[in-house]
Design a protein around this ligand. Structure first.
Ligand code: ZN
Length: 198
């Protein structure tokens, strides 16, 4: 499970278009993988649209109800966009435009039991956004953060403090947190990470 308070703040900021491109890409990828976040995101989008429409107070009730019900009804026909072909790289749709080669042929930096692949997004520094691949049981060295760090598990499981993040789960760490995330012992783990101010 994901920290719902922080995650909701991210979803609201994403719906309002307030996130940087790199952070927005991580949140969009999480939305592809998490039906519950998609359901909440549609509600935030609907509520945000109401504000933009600047409707009079007498109109908000009916329109709000209609939009919320429409948002909730979309869930029944809501397809996720995760890769379902086992022969392909495990990349959800939002990430695929950023890769011109197969993952195995990309320019990974190997650091012992883990490897990282910096990604270029817009005009933001390459080091801010990266894929991280951990061998089974491997840990990221203990570290703190100068800003927000998001870790989205794309494949495998990641033990982060008292939680186990699985495919689609989003770990949120801020400047108050020191941690050393570790892959579960029975499988490798592929993550998408972004750090603001780190
Ligand atoms: Zn961290």
């Amino acid at each position: 499970m994901t920290d719902s308070t922080d995650l909701d703040e991210l979803l609201i900021a994403h719906a309002a278009g307030h996130l940087t491109e790199a952070v927005a890409l991580v949140v969009a990828t999480h939305l592809c993988l998490c039906p519950e976040s998609r359901r909440r995101y549609r509600i935030y989008e609907a509520l945000g649209g109401l504000v933009l429409d600047e409707l009079g107070p007498e109109d908000v009730g009916a329109v709000c109800r209609a939009r919320l019900f429409a948002a909730l009804e979309e869930e029944a026909s809501d397809p996720d966009c995760a890769c379902s072909d086992p022969g392909e790289d495990p990349l959800p749709l939002p990430l695929r435009p950023y890769f011109s080669t197969r993952l195995a042929a990309a320019g990974w930096r190997h650091c012992g039991a883990f490897a990282e692949l910096p990604l270029a997004v817009g005009r933001e520094p390459r080091a801010k956004l990266r894929l991280l691949r951990l061998e089974p049981g491997a840990s990221v060295p203990a570290h703190g953060h100068e800003g927000l760090e998001l870790t989205l598990v794309l494949e495998g499981g990641l033990c982060d403090r008292d939680r186990i993040l699985r495919t689609g789960d989003l770990g949120i760490a801020d400047a108050s947190i020191v941690h050393a995330p570790r892959a579960e012992t029975d499988s490798a783990c592929l993550c998408l990470m972004v750090a603001n101010g780190a």
